[in-house]
Design a protein around this ligand. Structure first.
Ligand code: GLA
Length: 398
C-alpha cells in the first residue's frame, strides 16, 4: 500500500470512529422518550422562579420524579433580552435570582432543567430568540446548567432547507457548549422533520401543531403521529406534543380553538396512546393540585414502563377503522404491548384476535389500567367505552 492510500485508510478509520461516537452520544442523550413537566399550557408566559420551585417541590412530593418525570421545561416567556455583551438574560422581574440558581435548586431535587428559544430573532410569543447568537446562547445555557432545549420555529422562513440549516447550527452549538443538552426540534411537523431532524442533531421533534385540551385535538395529533413509527428509536423520537391530562379546560394556550377540556376516560386515552407510541411524556397541568383521577393517569407506572421500554419501538397501528384503532408495540423482554382505542361515540364490544395483529399463539393478558392479570387467551373480548383506550401487556405462553 502506498503512503497516499494508507493516509486515506487512516482518515476513513478515524471518520468512522467519530461518526460512531457521534451516533452513540446522540443516543445517550435520550435513550428513552424524555419525560417531565412543561410550563406552557397551564401558565403561558406568566411564569416565574417561584412557580418553578413549587413545581419541583410538588413533583418530588407527589411521586412524579420517582415515576420518571425528571425534567422541568421552562417554555416561552422567561427571556429578558440581552446584556451589553449580547448575553441572553432572563426577565429580572420573573427570575430575579437568575437561571443558574434555579437550575441548582431543581438539580438538588433530582430534576433536570429545560429552557426554550427559537430559530429566529423573536420567539412565538415575541421574546428575544437565538438566530445569529447560537454559539453564545448555547454556552450561556450550558453555564447555567441547562439540560434540555426546546427550539421553536416562529418568525422563520417556511422552507425546509432553512429549517435544516438553522436547527443544525444550534445542534452543533449545543454539542460544542461543554454540556450534554437534549435538543428538541419544534417546527410542528410542517417540514417533515422525521426525515431530517435526527441527522441535524435533534433527539426529538414535534410532529404536529400545538395540542389543545380537547378530544378533537388529541385525535388530530394521533392521526399524524401514528404514521411515523418507523422514524422513532433510542435517541430520536416523534413528539406529538404535551400530555393534556388534568388540564380540565384551564384557561391558557390549550384552551384556544375549542380546548374546553376532556373527561378522565379521554385523558386516560391520551396517556395510553402516547405510551404505546413511545412519545415524550411531558405533562403541562398544575401538578401542585392534582385530583386522584389525574394522579392515577399520570402516575401509572405500568403504562410508563411501556413508554420507557428500552427497545424504544414506537407502537405500530395494526387496525384502523371507523371504530377501532389498535396498536402493537414490541417490548425488550419479549412481551408485547397492545392498545385498543374505541373512537366511536358509544360503548362497543371488542373482539380482537391477536392473530390479526400478527401475534400468533396464546397470551397472558395484563390490563395496565385495572392492574390485573386477565385470562390466558388468543383474543381480547370485552367492552370498551366511547373514547376509552385499553392498554395491555401480553406475555406469550404457548
Ligand atoms: C409554539 C410552540 C408551543 C409553545 C409556544 C410558545 O406555539 O409550538 O409549544 O412553545 O410556541 O410561544
Amino acid at each position: 500500500m502506498n503512503k497516499k492510500n494508507l493516509l486515506i485508510l487512516i482518515l476513513a478509520f478515524c471518520l468512522d470512529i467519530f461518526s460512531v461516537n457521534a451516533q452513540e452520544s446522540k443516543t445517550d442523550l435520550a435513550p428513552t422518550p424524555p419525560m417531565g413537566w412543561m410550563t406552557w399550557n397551564f401558565f403561558g408566559t406568566n411564569i416565574n422562579e417561584n412557580i418553578i420551585h413549587e413545581m419541583a417541590d410538588a413533583m418530588v412530593a407527589n411521586g412524579m420524579v420517582k415515576a420518571g418525570y425528571d425534567h422541568i421545561m421552562i417554555d416561552d416567556g422567561w427571556q429578558g433580552g440581552r446584556d451589553n455583551k449580547n448575553n441572553m438574560i432572563p426577565d429580572p422581574k420573573k427570575f430575579p435570582s437568575g437561571i443558574k440558581a434555579l437550575a441548582d435548586y431543581v438539580h438538588s431535587k433530582g430534576i433536570k432543567l429545560g429552557i426554550y428559544s427559537d430559530a429566529a430573532q423573536l420567539t412565538c410569543a415575541g421574546y428575544t430568540a437565538s438566530l445569529g447568537f447560537e454559539d453564545q446562547d448555547a454556552k450561556t445555557f450550558a453555564s447555567w446548567g441547562i439540560d434540555y432545549l426546546k427550539y421553536d420555529y416562529c418568525n422563520a422562513p417556511s422552507d425546509s432547507n432553512t429549517a435544516k440549516i438553522r436547527y443544525k447550527k444550534m445542534a452543533e452549538a449545543l454539542r460544542n457548549s461543554g454540556r450534554s443538552i437534549v435538543f428538541s426540534i419544534c417546527e410542528w411537523g410542517g417540514r417533515q422533520p422525521w426525515f431530517w431532524a435526527a441527522n441535524v442533531g435533534g433527539q426529538l421533534w414535534r410532529t404536529t401543531s400545538d395540542v389543545r385540551d380537547s378530544w378533537k385535538s388529541l385525535m388530530y395529533n394521533l392521526d399524524i403521529n401514528d404514521q411515523l413509527a418507523a422514524f422513532a428509536g433510542p435517541g430520536h423520537w416523534n413528539d406529538p406534543d404535551m400530555l393534556i391530562v388534568g388540564l380540565r379546560g384551564n384557561k391558557g394556550p390549550s384552551s384556544d380553538l375549542g380546548g374546553t377540556g376532556c373527561n378522565d376516560i379521554e385523558y386516560q386515552s391520551n396517556m395510553s396512546l402516547w405510551c404505546i407510541m413511545a412519545s415524550p411524556l411531558i405533562a403541562t397541568n398544575d401538578v401542585r393540585n392534582m385530583n386522584e383521577a389525574t394522579k392515577r393517569i399520570l402516575l401509572n407506572e405500568e403504562a410508563i414502563a411501556i413508554d420507557q421500554d428500552a427497545l424504544g419501538k414506537q407502537g405500530e397501528l395494526k387496525i384502523k377503522d371507523t371504530v377501532w384503532n389498535v396498536f402493537v408495540k414490541p417490548l425488550s423482554n419479549g412481551d408485547v404491548a397492545v392498545a385498543i382505542l374505541n373512537r366511536s361515540d358509544a360503548t362497543q364490544n371488542a373482539s380482537i384476535n391477536f392473530k390479526d395483529l400478527g401475534l400468533d399463539g396464546k397470551y397472558e393478558i395484563r390490563d395496565l389500567w385495572e392492574h390485573k392479570t386477565l385470562e390466558k387467551a388468543k383474543a381480547y373480548k370485552g367492552k370498551v367505552m366511547s373514547h376509552e383506550t385499553k392498554l395491555f401487556r401480553l406475555k406469550k405462553i404457548s
